[in-house]
Design a protein around this ligand. Structure first.
Ligand code: ZN
Length: 274
């Protein structure tokens, strides 16, 4: 596999900028109708402290990332989403209220897509071209709805080492696969309430560095694609963002690594493999 300008592998850093929307959905899924302020505050850490640190880190390494942003976050935390856009990072679609598409009716899913696109367009000036499903879940209708909304790629599936192209009713959409192993939530996601499901334990960042750097080295050897999925509220704490900085340094120590946004990868793939 040859990547852009003869690069041996491609690295894509992505952040799901959920703020409190994912926590509100978790509360509702546990039939808790009130907004527990402490639970929501875990997400609010993102615009208050974590995002500025992540943006500083990316700037200091001169790396552009992809941020998947629910439309509601763009409407409520507008300045922070503008900061992401002004810094030159890609902003992708992540639903409106972060409602899981697989738990939505067709009507709800359409609404989430339309409202999400509209909210992001107000900030970036055009409709987003990429999508990552909230809660990493797709419905049987999602691909067809994405094509209807003019989206060029999705980044939710977990079934390949490389991007691939799906034919949806005669139109093409690129899938940029992710995997749990390269997701910060798995190792660091934690809350006391409301579910034991978020008590997987708080991992040492050294252990995660070991797993991610070993995977990067193997991906580099095989000339594949390294797609990292992170969340500012998780990865933006001081010690973890330092760890991310070390990982970027390791990747940059090799000259033939292409750092790309998800959109750049999808467009490259369409051009060369489409
Ligand atoms: Zn999310």
């Amino acid at each position: 596999m040859e990547w852009k300008d003869g690069a041996r592998c491609v690295v894509c850093l992505t952040f799901d900028y959920d703020v409190d929307t994912s926590w509100r959905n978790i509360l509702r899924r546990h039939n808790i109708e009130r907004d527990n302020p402490v639970v929501l505050s875990i997400g609010e850490y993102a615009p208050r402290a974590a995002l500025p640190r992540i943006l500083r880190l990316l700037k200091s390494h001169d790396v552009k990332a992809g941020f998947f942003v629910p439309g509601e976050v763009a409407d409520r935390f507008t300045d922070s989403v503008k900061d992401i856009h002004i810094a030159g990072h890609e902003i992708g679609h992540h639903g409106y209220t972060h409602k899981n598409p697989a738990r939505s009716t067709l009507k709800e899913e359409k609404e989430e897509l339309a409202r999400g696109s509209e909210a992001l367009e107000k900030i970036i000036g055009y409709k987003p071209v990429g999508y990552r499903a909230p809660a990493a879940d797709l419905s049987p209708n999602t691909y067809s709805l994405l094509v209807d909304h003019g989206l060029v790629y999705d980044s939710t599936m977990m079934n390949d080492d490389l991007p691939y192209i799906i034919d949806v009713e005669g139109k093409k959409i690129v899938e940029l696969p992710i995997r749990w192993m390269l997701d910060d939530w798995v190792y660091f996601g934690f809350n006391m309430f409301p579910s034991l499901a978020y008590q997987s334990g708080i991992s040492s960042q050294e252990r995660v560095f070991e797993i991610w750097s070993a995977e990067f080295e193997a991906v580099y050897e095989e000339g594949l694609y390294f797609m990292l999925t992170m969340h500012p509220q998780i990865m933006g704490v001081p010690s973890r963002s330092k760890m991310l900085g070390r990982l970027i340094e390791l990747m940059k120590s090799k000259e033939d690594v292409w750092f790309a946004t998800p959109r750049e990868i999808a467009e490259y793939w369409l051009e060369h493999r489409g």
